[in-house]
Design a protein around this ligand. Structure first.
Ligand code: URA
Length: 212
């Protein structure tokens, strides 16, 4: 099933973001165990027509490597499918207008684990469960929570957005650790795992987790 083509062909005009930009829909195998949801396309994504391929995307690729997850095996998308001007945060009206596409993607991909990158994506997924709640990244990052999204039970894991590292480099080891824990989600719960080893190698943090 070519989800991306379906969205592009329909030429979405549900919000004003379409003017001067192209649709950047999700990319990856359908169905897939893993789905990663970012915020919105940036300049490079708008140019190429693919999600998370710019500067944030390169960090994302490194994080997937840390998690031993093959990018080719995961579905990657954004809450909003057109680039907001000057990379500003998408407005609630734009997120709501685009939610139908995200729902279509989730129903097709049927992920077991749905990983959101940043607060905008985390809150968009919570909203799809019918609740309107703020997500505290400080409290929630790296935690797996069971949620029912589009009728399916998924593990929802909130991550800091990789781009947050550009403003707060100290978040990099946190992101690396959270990604390394991803494989443990659903196998007893991330909360049941504890850090046993931590070392810094060539500026990158490596951690090992065992079930406590
Ligand atoms: N590019 C994307 O595709 N998504 C983001 O969230 C950021 C940059």
């Amino acid at each position: 099933m070519r989800l991306g083509t379906a969205i592009s062909e329909q030429g979405c005009r549900r919000c004003p973001l379409w003017v001067g930009t192209q649709v950047v829909s999700g990319k990856g195998p359908v169905p897939s165990e893993w789905m990663f949801v970012g915020e919105a396309p940036g300049r490079e994504e708008d140019r190429v027509g693919m999600p998370l391929v710019g500067a944030s995307g390169r960090l994302f690729d490194k994080l997937l490597k840390e998690a031993k997850i093959d990018r080719g095996a995961v579905f990657v998308t954004n809450v909003v499918k057109h680039r907001p001007p000057e990379n500003r945060k998408p407005k609630i009206s734009e997120i709501k207008a685009c939610a139908e596409w995200l729902k279509i993607e989730i129903r097709a991909v049927k992920p077991k684990t749905l990983v959101t990158l940043g607060k905008v994506a985390a809150e968009a997924i919570v909203r799809l469960t019918g609740r309107v709640e703020k997500v505290s990244m400080e409290m929630e990052h790296g935690q797996g929570r069971k949620r029912v999204v589009e009728g399916e039970e998924v593990w929802h894991v909130c991550m800091y957005h990789p781009a947050a590292v550009f403003r707060q480099p100290e978040l990099w080891p946190v992101l690396v650790m959270d990604f390394q824990k991803l494989q443990a989600v659903g196998t007893g719960g991330v909360g049941e795992y504890r850090l046993v080893e931590e070392e810094e190698l060539e500026g990158m943090w490596r951690v090992a987790w065992i079930s406590s």
